[in-house]
Design a protein around this ligand. Structure first.
Ligand code: ACM
Ligand code: ZN
Length: 631
């Protein structure tokens, strides 16, 4: 065994050179773990999985058994001829061992693990079942990518000898999902949870109520789903600010989750050590609730469930006590369904114009000696926070909950840049970093000037895998004493422009890999070149999963390229699992187009189109460059 490595330079040495001699029997790509562990040492030889393998654990420990069952199910679904046989723990046997420390190892914290693999044994130790679960995720990534496939027959499965000590950087590693703008099935929600689990994420922030649809069954208020979960149609394609340019599809859209389905999804996530944080939006983004119960709005309606996107003027009336009793009743049912420590109350994008014109809201401002409508928003959130705190839960709210003063115990989800997060951390509030500039995964995948080559996404934000990777969730502008208030980061998946499961996968993968690494991996180990190398194996896993992940497009080109006559154009392959195909006549490259092997001579003006193919025939978006020799 070599010394543990804690710097990225040394980690690179482990990955690329030093272990090469020692791991002759295994493929180096098998050490491509994402997110990168804290310490990884290569060993000699391999552990061989057989058709039947013994797995040892303390059978009295039901938490450990959950992890064992997860591993058994994963291998069962990946391979037809590999299985695990449960045994009670004995120290001496060869095989796979999972152990929770009786006396906690303080160096592993709550979610860390130790994974030691040699030719005889796979030994996984942690303080908690959570840690064991993350160890299992790393173990699966040490196997061939077929471990992420479906019902393969494996000739043999070799797992490289290795010793890993791993501890996450942040306790909050989140991804958000919006089934309101476009409804998302129970099955795909589970698949999404699986993707999060593979990346060691531990929070699904589930945005359940919106202007365009209320998606959670509330038994006391049945109209929320009989009326609020349905809209008559949806704006088509990209929405314009100029309404006269918009068209509507004429197709009714609906869907909601019954309380039974919610329990099923919460349990599914819990088995993957993911807590689901429900979001019930207030006071804004509430048109679907107002359409169901118009008495809760300032004007009394009538209101319709919204059929286009944006920020809506009609919001919950803050002067009407019925609003608060309604929301408290809703929260009562929500709390019964979600064991999470947090309830997200939204709080973003609440226009004040309707409150300005409402007698009840103005009376509230006067009675409570509030300065203005911004303080009325703060009053609203404070009042709901008090109730939610009384139930033993903490609220999370988007940046705008700072308006008029943040509620005393609230956690801020900082989406409007990082400044607000810095400000409230100094007031000793916890912060989740989610700036739209870097972590909105519903934003397009490329710089805006290349937007036409990509499927629809938000136009006001864009982020690439590299841009996500560059994001630092704990701003270095704030003194170190406040760093513990930055509890993690979260990516969003708003679905205004994302109407299918496949499109969600496209926006999620592989950007989730970069997000997971900024959430999990110690900052001093971060290195994009090293990450990109490991991403090759990750893309193979996504291929095995048959996920509609985004294949990176060719690099090294620009939209307009002025070159000297006779120069040659080089195209860079972004991965080692893709092949570039290109055309020079303006036509779309297809699977039969020329394979790029050497630089292309530029002796006249032409349009170069190139895209990357993987071996299943799937291809990246097409990059178009206009080549202009300048003499
Ligand atoms: C948000 O994107 N309105 C939180
Ligand atoms: Zn009002």
């Amino acid at each position: 065994m070599k010394q543990p490595y804690t710097s990225i330079i040394l980690a690179c040495i482990v990955l690329f050179s030093a272990c090469k001699a020692e791991l002759e029997t295994t493929d180096l790509a098998q050490l491509s773990i994402i997110p990168l562990p804290l310490q990884i040492e290569a060993g000699e030889g391999v552990y061989q999985l057989k058709p039947v393998n013994n797995i040892y654990f303390d059978k009295r420990n039901t938490e450990t058994e959950r992890v064992v069952n997860y591993l058994i199910n994963r291998l069962d679904s990946a391979y037809v001829n590999i299985s695990l046989k449960k045994n009670n723990l004995t120290q001496s046997s060869a095989g796979i061992h999972l152990l929770i420390h009786e006396i906690p190892d303080s160096s592993l914290s709550d979610e860390g693990y130790l994974l030691v693999i040699n030719t005889e044994r796979i030994e996984l130790k942690a303080n908690t079942a959570n840690g064991l679960f993350y160890g299992v995720q790393s173990l699966l990534q040490l196997m061939p990518e077929t471990a992420f496939g479906n019902k393969m027959i494996a000739a043999e499965i070799s797992i490289p000898s290795v010793s890993i000590k791993d501890v996450p950087r942040y306790p909050y590693r989140g991804m958000h999902l919006d089934p309101c703008r476009h409804f998302i099935s129970v099955d795909f929600t589970k698949k999404y949870i699986d993707y999060l689990a593979y990346h060691k994420m531990n929070v699904l922030h589930w945005h359940l109520t919106e202007d365009q649809g209320w998606r959670i069954e509330i038994k006391k208020y049945p109209k929320l789903t009989t009326i609020g979960s349905k809209r008559s149609e949806t704006v088509s394609g990209l929405q314009y600010y100029d309404e006269s340019k918009n068209s509507y599809d004429g197709i009714p859209h609906e869907g909601f989750y019954s309380q039974e389905e919610i329990k099923e999804i919460v349990a599914y996530a819990a088995d993957r050590f993911i807590q689901i944080i429900p979001e019930i939006e207030m006071p804004g983004h509430s048109r679907a609730a107002l359409a169901s119960y118009p008495n809760l709005g300032c004007t009394g309606g009538p209101y319709e469930v919204l059929t286009k996107w944006g920020v809506e003027d009609d919001v919950f009336c803050a002067g009407n006590d019925e609003t608060f009793s309604f929301l408290k009743d809703v929260i009562d049912e929500v709390i019964e369904l979600f064991p999470s420590e947090y309830i997200h109350i939204g709080g973003d994008e609440c226009p004040k114009s309707v409150w300005e014109a409402c007698d009840k809201c103005q009376k509230r401002i006067k009675d409570e000696s509030l300065k203005d409508e911004f303080e009325l928003q703060s009053y609203f959130i404070h009042r709901m926070e008090e109730y939610i705190n009384s139930k033993g839960k903490t609220i999370i709210g988007w940046s705008e909950i700072m308006e008029g003063g943040i509620a005393p115990n609230a956690v801020l989800e900082s989406w409007l840049g990082v400044k607000g997060g810095v400000e409230v951390a100094k007031q000793k509030h916890k912060v989740i970093m989610s700036p739209y500039s870097h972590l909105y995964l519903d934003g397009i995948n490329v710089e805006p000037k290349y937007k036409d080559m990509e499927p629809l996404g938000q136009r006001y934000c864009w982020t690439t895998t590299e841009k996500i990777y560059s994001f630092e969730p704990t701003p270095d502008t704030i003194p170190e004493m406040y760093h513990p208030y930055f509890i993690g980061a979260e990516g969003t998946m708003w679905t205004e422009y994302i109407a299918t499961d496949e499109h969600i996968e496209y926006m999620l993968l592989p950007r989730l890999s970069a997000l997971s690494e900024i959430c999990w991996t110690n900052n001093h180990l971060k290195d994009y070149v090293n990450f990109k190398h490991r991403l090759n194996s990750q893309l193979l896993r996504y291929t095995a999963m048959e996920a509609n992940y985004r294949i990176p497009h060719p690099e090294g080109l620009q939209d307009a390229m002025m070159v000297s006559m006779g120069d040659s154009i080089q195209i860079i392959n972004p991965t080692n699992i893709t092949q570039i195909r290109y055309t020079c006549d303006g036509s779309e490259p297809n699977k039969d187009s020329e394979i790029y092997k050497t630089a292309i001579a530029a002796d006249s003006s032409f349009t170069l189109k190139a895209r990357c193919y993987v071996n299943t025939g799937r291809a990246s978006s097409t990059f178009t460059a206009t080549i202009i020799p300048n003499n």
